[in-house]
Write a protein that binds this ligand. Structure first.
Ligand code: GLU
Length: 489
């Protein structure tokens, strides 16, 4: 790439960081890093009614968590700031003044009601609704009269019709529109620039080389091109990313609760950020091979716009689970423990601070379940058995427990646990205790392990038996063995 790449992610601070936004940021970031360019984070808050306080910070936190770092932004500064639209009002005013002075834009005094009437009449006549151009050629006297009346005003761009507005989208190839001569608003009646105006001024002044964003902005691009032209500026390259679809292939609606859509939800549930990053990268980009596991560095090396899908990408929950589980299994135990502890605390299963014994206990708890987890929050449902009474046995378990040797096995195990004392009740020693039961009763294999497991947990399946017994604790083990023996008499 000959020019120095400068790209940006420009979210509107209207809510949480959404998976779609995070993916746009990620693709943009990967492109920047691949080409040794700059990645800029800009807050586009021109729609004052929709701004949510604290939203920008949420974007920063979410992106930092994912490891999508920016080189310039409101919080870290940069040569091209300010990086928030509402802090750039002087810049917009100056540029609007220039367009007005050159008569490339004009004040429009039509009220909302006038415009609605105009639109209704056009639609009734079967025409496409567009601005009639009422204020296009006002004389200075007419304008002065409207001003004197104290009418509200917007600014509209003077456009022409029949002009070809073509660009080569880096993802989609050639896209072309024909201008329709609809003089659109570039400054709202509250004096705020519209998104289309602000984005062009900001992208130009920040020397953005490639404008990257979701495909919902393709239809804004011709308007933006007209604004570039009005200023006499070069148009940057564009890349529009595909839609994210739900499992039925429908556009993901923000209300769709079948999918966790916000990055903060994943963080709060104790997902691993590198797994989410990897998953997001494959949501619309493919390496062209069957490979699916990529580190951030590998993604930087491999990413290209050419391999970004044009059609929508289905949010595949099974793949998400598989990928998260893959990273979970590989992660350091300590890291997983650190993520699991708050989840267990939130579920009131651990106290706010842990003593040494509790630390050791939770370590084993995690060791036993790490293979099965997609996120740290899974530790809670996976470990119910350590926090509840033995459930009612199902038919299959009852069958196992009716075997003739069960009584002897449970009694022998209770004796072993009793005589081992607290000191002998360790994970390491558990195997030996069970082995002793085998020698004493002559029962081995399933006939030995199953009754013990069922008596202690009420279930035929579960995590490693030695660890499970230790986690239950000596007191509870003795009690459950006694209960089970008593129930059989
Ligand atoms: N603020 C816009 C959004 O959140 C960004 C559009 C753009 O990148 O041009 O969708």
């Amino acid at each position: 790439m000959s020019t120095k790449v400068r790209v940006r992610y420009a979210p509107s601070p209207t809510g949480h960081l959404h998976i779609g936004g995070a993916r746009t940021a990620l693709f943009t970031y990967l492109f920047a890093r691949k080409h040794g360019g700059q990645f800029i984070l800009r807050i586009e808050d021109t729609d004052l009614d929709r701004n949510v306080s604290g939203a920008a910070e949420e974007f920063y936190n979410g992106l930092r968590w994912l490891g999508v770092e920016w080189d310039e932004g409101e919080d870290i500064g940069g040569k091209y700031g300010p990086y928030r639209c509402t802090d750039r009002m002087d810049i917009y005013r100056e540029h609007i003044g220039q367009l007005l002075k050159e008569d490339r834009a004009y004040y429009c005094y039509c009220s909302e009601e006038d415009l609605a009437k105009e639109r209704d009449a056009q639609i009734a006549a079967g025409e496409t609704a567009k601005y009639s151009g009422h204020c296009r050629h006002l004389t200075p006297e007419q304008r002065a009269a409207y001003e004197a009346e104290g009418r509200g005003r917007t600014v509209r761009l003077r456009t022409s019709s029949g002009e070809t507005l073509a660009f080569n989208d880096m993802v989609r190839g050639g896209i072309s529109f024909e201008s329709d001569g609809n003089d659109f608003v570039i400054v709202k009646s509250n004096g705020m620039p519209t998104y289309n105006l602000a984005v062009v001024i900001d992208d130009h002044l920040m020397e953005i080389t490639h404008v990257t964003r979701g495909e919902e902005h393709i239809s804004n691009t011709p308007r933006q091109m007209q604004i570039y032209r009005a200023f006499g500026w070069d148009v940057p390259e564009f890349a529009h990313f595909n839609l994210i679809l739900n499992e039925e292939g429908k556009k993901l609606s923000k209300r769709d609760e079948s999918i966790l859509q916000f990055i903060s939800q994943y963080r709060d549930l104790g997902y691993l950020e590198e797994a989410i990053l990897n998953f997001l990268a494959l949501l619309g980009w493919s390496p062209g091979t069957e490979e699916e596991i990529f580190s951030k560095q590998e993604l930087i090396e491999r990413f290209s716009f050419e391999r970004v899908n044009k059609s929508g990408s289905i949010f595949d929950q099974r793949k998400l689970s598989w990928m998260n589980n893959h990273y979970f299994k590989k992660a350091e135990l300590d890291r997983i423990v650190r993520l699991c502890v708050p989840q267990l605390q939130q579920a009131s299963r651990l106290p706010a601070t842990l003593d040494e014994a509790q630390e050791a206990w939770v370590n084993v708890l995690v060791i036993l379940h790490q293979e099965k987890m997609n996120s740290a929050s899974d530790i809670v449902p996976l470990t119910d058995l350590f926090f509840a009474d033995v459930p009612e046995l199902d038919e299959e378990s009852k069958q196992v427990m009716s075997e003739a040797t069960v009584q002897a096995v449970l009694a022998a195990f209770r004796n072993q646990v009793e005589s081992a004392g607290e000191a002998g009740f360790t994970v390491e020693n558990m195997k030996a205790l069970i082995k002793a039961v085998q020698s004493e009763t002559g029962v081995k294999g399933k006939g030995l392990f199953m009754p013990i497991r069922i008596a202690l947990t009420g279930q035929m399946h579960g995590p490693d038996l030695n660890g499970t017994i230790w986690l239950l604790g000596r007191e509870r083990v003795l009690k459950r063995l006694s209960d089970s023996l008593a129930a059989r008499q």
